[in-house]
Unconditional design. Structure first.
Lengths: 384, 96, 486
């Protein structure tokens, strides 16, 4: 599991206020470009002059001039590389905002949310973190233009209202060829005017991923801990679809959602047949999940027939369906056409039972949070 | 011998009785009149088949109910029916 | 961190719920099936139904949860269910305004077969008397392109249409030019026995993407008994034609329809086996049409809804067996009804539509230029009944034909939503108005549904499908695949 945020090795020299830096490891980078980037000293070789800032691991490079600003990082940040974007704060904190080698970059816009899901992996905080929106805007200016995908997450990103719309326009302007995937509870889109503003952006490749946890409004409201959430979410989806916007429905599978999964699949097939994708995902042992373990935890092997039924229904109706984040040995074979090897690379690991397994290459593995905090007792390596 | 059927006009409207009588015009001759507050049907067979007559008259009584219901339901459902038929013809250019 | 609320906090505490529009029908003494405003269904025991209507159901009941998510009840604040019902209703009726899609051209009454149940064909060499002329075809095409539908299907019928193949060529090419200019989506079909399909004809079909709809009544003995021709080789010719059509036009370019006769009733498995043997992807288990043969010989009685339902159930059971054993094979009649039960789509099948498909979905141009509201209407004419003749292409305009009282009255009077019994029937969203059938059988377009063979048949089939879906999950899964074939 990668360390995405931490502290620099304090050098005693005060650094500037919070800044966002685009990293380069290119010793022969064209001179005019160096002023806008930070040089990351990796491997051996002379340190090129002319960069706005310098970063090095553990100790200051010998050939760096005395007065040149340099931040020192520990080995936990050795993954940083060319094209990455980081934030350095005035008080010594460093955060990785974008990694060029990853396919799963996301911009966190806020930790505020109007839902309060039992299994939230990014527990809401009631603090004014609107500076994150500004930071996102600045980060976008540093992200390489050839980036294929970018996620927008939170909390609930749409809480910014017009600010959210503004950011999307900004991203469309700076990264016109980047595919956008927004995670949202969809409730703000129940306001037809907001949905219209969103559609008016006219982004060529954008999708909203919206969780629907049950066909039973009360059960959904319980899972997200907000009365009336289901109704708003569905109306939000309808508004988006009326405006021809791409929508993905996401379902996290746990004790509160697995029993009703086939019924939910039928509900989607009868009412929301026009959605672009349905994503069925395993539970992450992080955030609020551990606080609600009794209500949530169920060994995935116990719901594998509900999962099979649901996938069968969705596929029969021609809905594009994907099953994410489940170890391959915990699902029935009939689910495999929809199975995706999917855990974000920075969260992925395997268990010791997996040693002899011959199908590791097909398997999504585990969340490292799962390895740490508990996972299925039914893991069985494929031996043939 | 002419069979006489007395009907309560609160239950069977004249139009329904006429339509039912018409459906049986090949088998029954039915003279409809009013007597006091009742509708009266005087029924004779077209051909003298006394054995089948009971069946035919029983059938006629059922037809009365059918026609009465048709009238009621047709009226009640007129708006919805017109809406759907209008929608069906909406792009033909045939609407006035 | 705020506290998490239990499930109970999200349940309605007032105990009040509202009924959304629904109807019900008993399945047996204990159970009923409910259908909502758009034809979605759910099963309930009679006692629960009473509880439901008396507002005694509790939010913790399984039935309550299911009824709410399937749009049979709603709570105050459930706005999405209303929006969804409206959306589904619009989807259901969506294709109505496209108006006429299917245009049948009877290009000749002449035929080389003399099938027992056919009422139209003529054994004759006299082309002048029984073939459609170019002038008639021209006029008919004018009317075809008056349809607002962007998808136009032209189906050549007869007799044996291949006996007037020159005219088919003429019509296809003229229609293609016009269709292309207007940006319409054209589809051509020839209904033919294939007995007279030469390589040249098949190549033309290949080049113009014409589908072939043929007849296969069952194994050789049954098929030839039903469909005599000189040489007694109808079946053999079909098989040979099928192979050649697949070789030249394409495997999926040929389909087959069966006609059910009294002789078929005991042979359903044999008939299905015959279809499987020839690699056909499904079968349409048809009822016997009451026109011609049946009415003439009065053997329709021997062949009532009850007997046919036995035939159908046996056939469907066998087909499900085949599917479960791994052979994808569809029963098309069931598929039509199932499409309405399991999706918000309308399959657009002329005989199972409300408002009736006559005129709105299909129209027939007879060889002599007469225009009929449906294929059955044309057959009625052969028996002397011209009730549904809407006009003639040479003497009447599009307006006169499509606003002919014969058509409009039939559409209005047979409307199922206005019919006694139909308007209360739980299965009405899945059924259709059949004005021509009821007129032929009972003398008026509506009939008395309790006495109607059509109604008996439909109710029998529907209850059987519901029963299957209720007790056999695999059957339901198979049905879902049938109806969602894109």
């Amino acid at each position: 599991m990668l360390t995405l945020s931490g502290r620099v090795i304090w050098t005693g020299k005060t650094t500037a206020q919070r800044q966002i830096l685009s990293l380069s490891t290119n010793r022969t980078l064209a001179a005019p470009l160096r002023g806008g980037k930070a040089f990351l000293a990796k491997g051996s070789g002379p340190v090129p002059a002319g960069f706005a800032h310098y970063l090095a691991f553990n100790s200051r490079p010998a050939d760096l001039k005395e007065e040149t600003q340099c931040t020192l990082l520990g080995d936990e940040f050795a993954y940083l590389d060319d094209g990455d974007v980081i934030a350095l704060s005035g008080d010594g904190r460093v955060r990785s905002l974008y990694r060029a080698s990853s396919n799963h970059n996301s911009l966190l816009l806020t930790e505020q949310c109007n839902n309060y899901c039992l299994m939230c992996s990014q527990p809401p905080k009631r603090v004014d973190d609107s500076w994150l929106l500004e930071e996102a805007k600045e980060t976008v200016r540093h992200i390489p233009r050839e980036t294929r995908n970018l996620g927008i997450t939170g909390g609930e990103p749409t809480l910014y209202g017009d600010g959210f719309i503004g950011l999307l326009r900004h991203i469309k302007n700076w990264l016109p060829h980047t595919s956008l995937h927004i995670l949202s509870n969809g409730r703000t889109f129940a306001d037809p005017q907001f949905a219209a503003k969103y559609a008016a952006i006219g982004h060529p490749d954008i999708m909203v991923g919206i969780p629907v946890y049950s066909a039973d409004p009360s059960r959904h409201d319980y899972v997200v801990q907000a009365k009336g959430a289901f109704d708003e979410t569905i109306r939000g989806i309808l508004n988006l679809k009326r405006l021809n916007q791409k929508v993905e429905i996401r379902v996290v599978l746990h004790k509160q959602t697995c029993e009703g999964l086939p019924e939910l699949a039928e509900y989607i097939a009868r009412n929301l047949l026009f959605v672009d994708h349905v994503a069925l995902m395993a539970l992450e042992m992080t955030g609020f999940t551990r606080a609600n373990l009794d209500a949530l935890w169920i060994d995935p092997i116990e719901y594998k027939s509900e999962l099979s039924k649901a996938v069968k229904i969705l596929r029969s109706y021609g809905l594009k369906t994907s099953v994410y984040n489940h170890p391959l040995c915990l699902v029935n074979r009939d689910v495999e056409p929809s199975y995706v090897r999917s855990i974000s690379d920075w969260k992925n690991k395997y268990a010791t039972e997996c040693g002899p397994c011959v199908r590791k290459a097909d398997c999504g593995g585990f969340f490292s949070s799962g390895i740490q905090h508990g996972y299925s007792k039914s893991i069985q390596p494929f031996l043939a | 011998m002419t069979l006489r059927l007395e009907l309560d006009p609160a239950i069977y409207r004249l139009e329904a009785v006429q339509k039912a009588a018409y459906r049986f015009i090949d088998r029954l001759t039915i003279l409809i009149s009013q007597s006091g507050d009742k509708l009266v049907c005087e029924i004779d067979p077209v051909k003298a088949e006394s054995t089948a007559l009971d069946d035919t008259v029983a059938n006629f009584k059922r037809e009365l109910l059918d026609q009465q219901l048709r009238l009621q339901i047709k009226e009640e459902t007129e708006p919805a029916r017109n809406l759907i038929l209008a929608y069906a013809f909406s792009r033909t250019g045939l609407q006035g | 961190m705020s506290k998490f609320q239990p499930l109970e906090s999200y349940l309605d505490s007032s105990g009040k719920y509202h009924l959304l529009p629904f109807r019900f029908e008993p399945l047996n003494d204990e159970e009923v099936v409910l259908t909502n405003a758009v034809g979605e269904f759910t099963f309930l025991s009679r006692t629960r139904l009473d509880d439901l209507v008396a507002h005694r159901l509790k939010p913790t009941d399984d039935d309550y949860i299911s009824l709410r998510s399937r749009h049979f009840i709603r709570e105050a604040g459930d706005e999405a269910s209303l929006e969804l019902l409206a959306l589904k209703t619009r989807t259901k009726f969506n294709k109505l305004s496209n108006f006429t899609n299917l245009h049948l051209f009877v290009v000749s009454l002449r035929c080389d077969h003399s099938c027992q149940y056919c009422q139209v064909s003529r054994q004759s060499e006299d082309k002048g008397a029984f073939d459609m002329t170019r002038e008639t075809a021209d006029k008919a095409l004018e009317l075809v392109f008056r349809s607002p539908n962007s998808a136009i299907k032209i189906e050549f019928q007869g007799g044996e249409p291949l006996l007037n193949f020159d005219l088919i060529r003429y019509i296809v090419e003229k229609a293609e030019r016009r269709g292309f200019a207007e940006g319409r989506d054209l589809e051509f079909v020839i209904t033919t026995t294939l007995a007279l399909a030469t390589d040249e004809i098949l190549e033309y079909c290949r080049d113009h993407r014409i589908y072939l709809s043929s007849s296969l009544d069952g194994p050789e003995d049954l098929h030839n008994k039903n469909r005599p021709r000189p040489g007694r080789d109808s079946h053999a010719r079909f098989v040979a034609g099928l192979q050649r059509a697949r070789d030249i036009v394409g495997y999926d370019s040929v389909s087959a329809l069966m006609t059910t006769s009294p002789a078929s009733l005991n042979r359903v498995r044999d008939i299905i086996d015959e279809y499987v043997k020839h690699g056909l992807s499904g079968i349409f288990l048809r009822h016997l049409s009451p026109y011609g043969f049946a009415l003439k010989t009065k053997s329709f009685q021997a062949y009532n809804a009850e007997r046919w339902l036995q035939f159908y159930k046996e056939g469907l059971d066998y087909i499900l067996e085949l599917n479960k054993a791994g052979l994808p094979f569809t029963e098309y009649y069931s598929s039509l009804i199932l499409t309405k039960m399991l999706t918000s789509d309308d399959p657009g099948f002329v005989d199972l539509m409300n408002p009736a498909g006559a005129g709105i979905a299909a129209v027939v141009f007879n060889y002599d230029g007469d225009v009929y509201a449906s294929d059955e209407s044309r057959m009625l004419r052969e028996m002397g009944d011209t009730t549904f003749r809407l006009g003639n292409v040479h003497t009447n305009t599009y307006e006169q034909i499509f606003t002919n009282d014969a058509l409009l009255n039939a559409l209005e009077d047979s409307f199922t939503g206005s019919a006694p019994m139909c308007s209360d029937c739980a299965f009405e969203p899945w059924c259709g108005a059949e004005p021509v059938f009821h007129h032929a059988m009972y003398g008026d377009v509506l009939g008395r549904k309790p006495e109607s063979e059509f109604c008996k048949r439909m109710m029998g089939v529907t209850k059987h499908l519901l029963d299957l879906m209720r007790r056999d999950t695999e059957a339901k899964e198979i049905f879902m695949r049938w109806v969602n074939r894109c």
